[in-house]
Design a protein around this ligand. Sequence first.
Ligand SMILES: [Zn+2]
Length: 200
Amino acid sequence: MDLINCPYCNLQAHTKYRYTEIVLCGYCKTPILRNKKNTLQIKPAAKPEEFKFDLIDKSFVYNNQHYKITGYIRYFYTEGYLYQWAAYNHNTYVWLCESLGNWFVLLPEKEFENINVSKLSVNTIFSYKGDEYTVNELSLFYNYYMEGELPDFTYTQTKGMSIECSSKNKLIQFNVLENNQIEMYTGEHVYFKDLNINLR
Ligand SMILES: [Zn+2]
């Protein structure tokens, strides 16, 4: 565990998890961005009314790796929502996501190859690492709520567009943020019951 100086309540607190970039002050429960030099307070939206799962601290196995869930981001879309649960295996993480009852696992991807993301629209077809993907949907998110401890992400950009693309059994999601920064995730659909999460 690491000791942090909380910029919000000015107390020193131990963080719960060693590898996350966003940590939670043990006293005032404020999410704080941790990096080598300083800590910054994050101001997410108000907590949404609906809450169907509490998976924080739960574990699951994916691709023979054991993951522990440390927190989540809940994106507010103009139609619907997306929960992204951060799940760590030592210092690597995946996002376990749920949207309207569908579950999938996404991994952050740095290598965009030559995809021109600004040119993508519904039904555009493009290839990525040998697979052909179709753009299924473009959706706008206008805020997010977060809880727990998380990987670093572009927490200052609360508005943007998600572009969902699918191949046979693979998924790509792009998030295009207000400042035109682009995040890319790759992944696949999973069945919640296959993850064998002990909900008790
Ligand atoms: Zn604090």
